[in-house]
Design a protein around this ligand. Structure first.
Ligand code: NI
Length: 397
């Protein structure tokens, strides 16, 4: 089966490069992936998939199955949105949308999803179960996966695979992580209410700016004293607003930030921990407070059995030297985690770096990939799906 997957993928490769360049030239922002979704739906339909559009706003779902297949269903997820970044690559297929760029490689992910669908559609008669392709919107704002799950995209799915390109891993190599791949990401808003007064007589007022400074300092210090450093927590206050005049005491300060962690148990305790510290500081100095903690996405936890499947797929398809075992999780976040609320899954990293050359990071205006990685990605994904069916043989019948 591996040889056949590889042979079909190799034949399709020039077409896949065309698809990637088309999507790259026509990027769309999160939640506005109308043209991309229509294009994806067109390609999937032409391969004989059953296609549903508008699942989770601009999401697309394509199902591939032979009529007498069994009940097992494995999903392949890719994301379609671009970023509000002005492209500076000088590529001939650079963005034609002013100020919008596929700087996170979601053009490549979409191509990998389509490529995998194109390969497996030629082998559909031999697929024991079904494959569901999810093309999700709005990954960059950590919303699209949740939208699709809410609208039933995961119904009847048993397992899910995902992929993200990675410029610091060379082309031809796949990054594999057992356990936590990314962190949870949550939004934090704190409002501190004091009392105005003359800047010359702070003792007659309650200085919300000074108390906000105490709150930020306390939070940062308390992290190092109350959390196990082997279970990281990162808290960043990225925005602070308050005060009206240099010589008046501010009665109101608004703080906004992001909170990252890896371990689910730590994650569960964070809202109360933050609220306690804010409450203690504010009460000490007589200020009012409000804490709003919004959970956005949990940590992506790769399932061990599915990770073994991908690792062995890569070993067979590309050789053992093509595996890079990732030893540490990233503190970035990925809304792939929303699917893992429903079923076990695995997300791997596809190396797209050109060896011995400067490779710009994700979200950089000059980010680009070595396109030969598309072939590696499609073969790895298609063969992992196949191996999933081999491993679960007998489970779904
Ligand atoms: Ni991304």
């Amino acid at each position: 089966m591996l040889d056949r997957i590889r042979e079909i993928a190799q034949k399709l490769f020039p077409r896949l490069v065309e698809i990637r360049r088309h999507i790259h030239a026509h990027p769309e922002l999160s939640g506005q992936e109308y043209q991309t979704a229509a294009y994806v739906a067109g390609v999937l339909s032409s391969c004989g998939l059953h296609v549903r559009e508008g699942i989770g706003k601009t999401g697309v779902v394509g199902d591939l199955a032979r009529p007498d297949g069994d009940a097992r269903c494995v999903a392949v997820r890719t994301d379609m949105d671009a970023l509000p970044i002005h492209e500076r690559t000088n590529l001939e297929f650079a963005s034609r949308q002013e100020g919008i760029m596929h700087a996170c490689g979601h053009d490549v992910h979409t191509t990998l999803g389509l490529g995998t669908a194109m390969v497996l559609s030629q082998l559909v008669e031999e697929l024991p179960g079904s494959v569901r392709f999810l093309f999700q919107p709005a990954e960059e704002i950590a919303q699209g996966a949740g939208w699709m799950v809410e609208e039933g995209a995961m119904e009847n799915v048993n397992a899910i695979f995902g992929v993200h390109v990675f410029p610091s891993i060379p082309n031809g190599v796949i990054g594999i992580r057992y356990g936590a791949l990314t962190a949870s990401a949550d939004d934090l808003e704190i409002t501190i209410t004091g009392e105005s007064g003359h800047g010359a007589r702070p003792y007659e007022a309650i200085d919300a700016i000074w108390i906000a400074a105490q709150v930020i300092t306390s939070l940062q210090q308390a992290i190092s004293r109350t959390h196990n450093p082997l279970r990281p927590v990162v808290l960043t206050i990225g925005k602070i607003e308050g005060g009206r005049a240099p010589n008046a005491i501010a009665d109101h300060v608004h703080l906004q930030g992001t909170v990252r962690s890896i371990h689910p148990e730590t994650h569960a305790t964070l809202p109360q921990w933050i609220e306690n510290i804010v409450a203690n500081v504010c009460q000490t100095y007589g200020a009012g407070y409000e804490v709003e903690y919004r959970r956005l996405v949990p940590s992506v936890l790769n399932d061990t059995a599915l990770t073994q499947i991908v690792e062995s797929a890569v070993a067979e398809a590309c050789g053992k030297d093509s595996i890079e075992i990732i030893t540490e999780p990233s503190l970035g976040a990925e809304d792939f985690a929303m699917y893992l609320d429903k079923v076990p899954g695995m997300m791997f990293r596809l190396g797209v770096g050109v060896p011995n050359q400067r490779n710009y990071p994700l979200h950089h205006p000059q980010f680009d990939i070595d396109e030969s990685a598309i072939l590696t990605g499609v073969v790895t994904m298609a063969y992992s799906v196949w191996k999933y069916f081999e491993m679960t043989m007998g489970d779904g019948e």
